[in-house]
Design a protein around this ligand. Structure first.
Ligand code: FE2
Length: 423
């Protein structure tokens, strides 16, 4: 299964504009679909749990590796290991068709004679370690760390692990689909280009598969059905409601070329919009290698509070604003209006450079952010993880002001008292 199986999309796969043919598909199957039985997944299938909270990444060789059902090696970790950031209505998030969830997965076995499908929402998968060979009803995609793939709601898929154990992140959105952001004043080119999104070509399996299991995520729960044939029996398709992948190294970042900062949203790859312009249900934002050239500007991300909530992950390298403690495979969450910014070490190192810092290239790094206007809740699994960094706040301990004032004592006293300059 090589990437040559993917073809270049002539248009953005999932639509994204009012003038696009959005969300249509036509399949030519080899045989009619038939579900033979439905039952809930035995609880024993859902027991394995692999901690994956920052700063330590999840173990790729969990002691409690899959035993009851290797076929669901990926899917059950998606559901039981998730850092469950969802619309704050208990148990009702997917029924409302509004909201999102963020999962972290660690898989150590390929899915066998089994396919997974989410009736709840689209999956945007960001592998951090280990390639994923994904077979879908539309064909095959190879997705490597440094790439991302979107599997739309309702599409059945299987994941094989050619490199062995794998881990990464998943954003699931309910009630809408990802699309390219509006480029605004940037114009017609820049950021993620439609031409770089790849979709699979049709591939089908005619063989007999007794006991083939379809696992369906529905309303946050798993259900199974058995059939005697592969669901990957589509001989041809057309339309644009299809899986697609994107190589993040093709992203064309924009940033300041003189002073000050752009907001991180300038690095949006894909967005799931709301009815309110500029306030996304979920933005997928990347921080790729790039040049920093700003003058008279504190170059790392400034200290701020955000009306959005920020979930960050790291695919490889380091993150410019965290000198220590943020490792590939880890994650951080800065909720709405929680102050944050560079750690003390980064701050002091930046101040020490003074105003004479020349152009600097940030290299060998790929961080990303899921940003949402909704306020997330953190699931119990994440809160109780032994890998939770309870001392995270200490990265800001020791921050001190480097502000100096060269005014005379009398003038300083006037300023402190709110007095205007004397004439
Ligand atoms: Fe932030």
């Amino acid at each position: 299964m090589e990437s040559k199986n993917a073809s270049r999309s002539s248009d953005f796969p999932a639509g994204g504009g009012t003038n696009r043919d959005s969300g249509t598909i036509s399949l030519r199957r080899l045989s009619p679909e038939l579900s033979l039985s439905i039952r809930t997944v035995p609880s024993s299938v859902l027991t394995a749990s692999t901690p994956s909270r920052s700063p330590a990444p999840p173990s790729l060789h969990p002691e409690n590796s899959t035993s009851a059902a290797g076929y669901i090696a990926l899917s059950h970790r998606l559901l039981t290991n998730r850092l469950n950031l969802e619309f704050p209505v208990t148990g009702s998030f997917s029924y409302l068709r509004h909201g999102f969830a963020i999962h972290m997965y660690a898989a150590n076995k390929s899915m066998d004679n089994c396919a997974l499908c989410s009736a709840d929402g689209d999956f945007l998968i960001v592998p951090q370690e280990g390639r994923l060979w994904i077979t879908t009803e539309f064909g095959k995609l190879q997705v490597s760390p440094g790439e991302t793939v979107v599997l739309p709601q309702g599409v059945r898929f299987v994941v094989d692990l050619p490199d062995g154990p794998s881990r990464g992140y998943v954003a699931e959105i309910f009630g809408t689909h990802f699309q390219l952001p509006d480029l605004g004043p940037i114009g017609g080119n820049g950021l993620a280009s439609p031409r770089d999104f790849l979709v699979p070509v049709a591939w089908f399996d005619q063989g007999s598969h007794p006991g083939y299991v379809i696992v369906q995520k529905f309303g946050g729960e798993l259900f199974t059905a058995k059939q005697d044939f592969s669901p990957f029996n589509v001989a041809a398709w057309h339309g644009n409601y299809v899986p697609y992948k994107y190589d993040l190294s093709k992203f064309c970042p924009y940033n300041t070329v003189l002073i000050d900062h752009g907001d991180p949203s300038i690095n949006t790859v894909l967005t799931a919009p709301t009815d309110k312009p500029g306030v996304a249900l979920l933005d997928f934002v990347v921080f790729p290698p790039r040049w920093l050239v700003a003058e008279h500007t504190f170059r790392p991300p400034y200290y701020h509070r955000n009306c959005m909530s920020e979930f960050m992950g790291l695919i490889y390298g380091g993150y410019e604003a965290k000198a220590d403690g943020f490792l590939p495979g880890g994650a951080s969450l800065h909720s709405c209006m929680t102050p944050h910014g560079p750690d003390t070490k980064t701050y002091e190192a930046t101040i020490a450079l003074g105003n004479e810092a020349g152009p600097h290239r940030i290299a060998n790094t790929l961080a990303f952010m899921f940003e949402s206007c909704l306020i997330p809740r953190v699931c119990q699994w994440a809160l109780e993880s032994p890998y939770m960094d309870h001392d995270y706040y200490q990265c800001w301990i020791g921050l001190k002001s480097h502000f100096t004032c060269e005014l005379g004592e009398e003038r300083k006293r006037d300023l402190q008292n709110g007095l205007k300059e004397k004439k």
